[in-house]
Design a protein around this ligand. Structure first.
Ligand code: PGA
Length: 254
């Protein structure tokens, strides 16, 4: 049985530490004993250290939503991957479409990925097209995102990489607007083929996860028929009972 990853991307919510603690505590209390799922929570950075300090359990792993491409130096306002690692965070989300919309290019994402993996973090590398076209241009777009995002990323570091396929047209939508499991399955195969062309058989072992309107009502189908190794959950991760339900569904699947 291969492990699944359920990753909460809280984005810029909630608005106070008190609310963040309350959300975290509800998730913590509701978590069952898990056989087969890693639960990773990526809160806003201002809450990360405090939540980590208050938690002594092992069931929840922490991550960040961004990090910089240098570990040290005069970079006002940036976040060193080394600092994150030292804090005890284990994951970082990079290349999210909401950051790309603010100007992050494939080459910036590439530098961040290499720095984060080099600092010992696991990288959740996000890719995904804005829209689909009949000619299939979006496939070329995805291929470019992967190849440029991973340029110079060594095979030895592949164990620290997850790829999150997040079609932008599904992000933030209601559950019935997520990618269909058929489409997701096709995209997963497409992504793995690219990884194989870059890294050989070893590339095929990189976990491919999905994000975009994942919810309790579609989690089972996305995971079992889409055959992805996990979900990157946005707005539904802010609703503790829904997030826990998604985790339970993932844990119940082979
Ligand atoms: P969503 O967001 O679950 O709210 O669609 C996912 C994401 O942006 O990572």
């Amino acid at each position: 049985m291969r492990k699944k990853y359920i990753i909460a991307n809280w984005k810029m919510s909630p608005l106070s530490l008190r609310q963040a603690e309350s959300l975290f505590n509800k998730i913590k209390k509701g978590l069952p004993r898990l056989k087969n799922v890693s639960v990773i929570i990526c809160p806003p950075l201002v809450y990360l250290a405090e939540l980590m300090r208050s938690y002594s359990g092992r069931r929840i792993i922490f991550g960040a939503q961004n990090s910089f491409w240098e570990n040290v130096g005069p970079f006002t306002g940036e976040l060193s991957p080394h600092q994150l690692f030292e804090l005890g965070a284990e994951y970082v989300i990079l290349g999210h479409s909401e950051r790309r919309a603010l100007g992050e290019t494939n080459s910036l994402v590439n530098k961040k990925i290499k720095a984060a993996a080099g600092a010992g973090l696991n990288v959740v590398f996000c890719i995904g097209e804005k829209e689909r076209d009949e000619r299939g241009d979006y496939l070329g777009f995805i291929e470019k995102e992967i190849k440029e995002g991973l340029a110079g990323f060594s095979r030895e570091k592949l164990g620290r990489l997850l790829i999150a396929y997040e079609p932008i047209w599904a992000i933030g939508r209601a559950g019935d607007e997520a990618a269909s499991s058929d489409l997701l399955h096709q995209m997963k195969i497409f992504i793995l083929k690219i990884l194989k062309s870059l890294y050989g058989e070893r590339g095929m072992e990189v976990p491919i996860i999905y994000g975009g309107a994942s919810a309790p009502e579609n989690a089972r189908e996305l995971l079992s028929e889409g055959e992805v190794r996990g979900l990157l959950v946005g707005h539904q991760s802010l609703i503790p009972e829904n997030f826990i339900e998604i985790i339970k569904i993932a844990d119940s699947l082979k």
